[in-house]
Design a protein around this ligand. Structure first.
Ligand SMILES: *Cc1c(COP(=O)(O)O)cnc(C)c1O
Length: 368
């Protein structure tokens, strides 16, 4: 039996990629905001339907630098979700800011907007929600809280590539949103990411932060990191961008196939998102319900035994991880913890064999 991993990186046709990178052997221009960087930045600005965008070396640096670009004072508080990939919390802490963990909604995994306001103090400067699994957060409610208290809203949209909400690109909401183009994401540039933002002046700020603050051959105007996307990655992105519809269609077919089969199985539910947001089929999260006598960990181990490798995304929650446990304000995040104890993200990629889905569902039925 074929080994089935949770995902498989999406790649363009080999010959097409080789042809596309050929010009680099003439120009020898491999990085430093070259032609392909410019092209991809412009194409993604259109595709993502965002007013402003800055490409980055990866999603994590996109988030770190997006936060940094607002110049919050050290020790300030950012209200965020513990039900996320650890990068979200690291980006806050590495900016010398305090994460304040707000609970999530069990029905979709996004931050519980009704619990944000009670966490606001005079030190709060921003809200950092995550469109987890591509599920759209309660954008209007979050924005109205932010407006009322003068807070910034920075979305971690790492999972939400291509998602639209109310006729607009998801990255056009809030003050900034970041995307990840990591090899395991629904659209990849091998490693890569981007910050999308509403204030056009942030472009120069982010440019400085990603390129050592260099503004001329003899001028360094501010302290910056190195977080530029290179030309090979940009070309990978340009090639993969042409395939987004094909990839989306293939993923949708697999999700529909899974959905039909899982509907027949007791104690297994699909974690669905906000119905108003479009779907990007980036992940396929399911809930293994204890109440129906099923154990998530047993299902996980049983699938592993059959060489099928789902992931416990996200377990443990960020606030329970060794590096953060008991370090920050103690807040009840029972829903996030409960979700993290029941969730499994199942294998999903464009050419996932349908008979692998059959095998997974057979194992699920046997269980419990
Ligand atoms: C993948 C991911 C990131 C980080 O992106 P990289 O490109 O891997 O650095 C940040 N946040 C979330 C929610 C992610 O899933």
């Amino acid at each position: 039996m074929e080994k089935i991993l949770v995902t498989k990186s999406s790649m363009p046709d080999y010959q097409e990629f080789i042809e596309a990178i050929k010009p680099l052997w003439d120009t020898h221009w491999l990085t430093n905001m070259g032609t392909y960087h410019k092209q991809l930045e412009e194409k993604l600005r259109e595709y993502l339907d965002v007013p402003n965008i800055s490409l980055m070396v990866n999603g994590h640096m996109a988030l770190e630098l997006a936060i940094q670009s607002f110049g919050f004072p050290d020790g300030a508080e950012i209200i965020t979700t513990p039900f996320t990939f650890i990068s979200t919390t690291h980006a806050i802490v590495r900016n010398h800011l305090q994460p304040v963990f707000c609970d999530v909604k069990e029905r979709d995994g996004t931050i519980d907007e009704t619990k944000i306001e009670e966490l606001i103090t005079e030190k709060t400067v921003a809200i950092l929600p995550v469109h987890v699994y591509g599920h759209v957060c309660a954008i209007e409610a979050i924005q109205s809280i932010a407006d009322k208290y003068g807070l910034k809203v920075i979305y971690d949209a790492a999972h939400a590539f291509g998602v639209e909400y109310k006729g607009r690109g998801i990255g056009s909401y809030g003050d900034a949103s970041i995307f990840s183009f990591h090899a395991t994401k629904v659209f990849n540039t091998i490693e890569g990411g981007a910050v999308c933002f509403s204030d056009p002046q942030l472009y120069e700020k982010l440019y400085n932060l990603k390129n050592f603050g260099i503004r001329g051959s003899e001028l360094v105007s501010e302290v910056g990191a190195n977080a530029k996307m290179n030309e090979l990655c940009a070309i990978m992105g340009l090639c993969n961008l042409k395939r987004t519809k094909e990839v989306l269609d293939a993923r949708r077919e697999r999700v529909e196939y899974y959905t039909k089969k899982i509907a027949q199985i007791d104690g297994v539910d699909i974690l669905k998102g906000n119905m108003e947001g479009s779907k990007n089929y980036a992940y396929f999260p399911v809930l293994i319900q204890k109440a129906a006598g099923k154990s998530r960990d047993e299902v996980y181990e049983n699938l592993e035994k059959h060489d099928i490798h789902p992931r416990k995304y996200f377990y443990p929650i960020a606030s329970d991880q060794a590096c953060f446990k008991n370090k920050y304000k103690k807040i009840d995040v029972a829903a996030a913890r409960s979700l993290s104890e029941r969730v499994l993200t199942f294998p999903l990629y464009e050419d996932l064999p349908f008979d692998a889905i059959d095998r997974i569902c057979e194992i699920l039925e046997e269980q419990g």
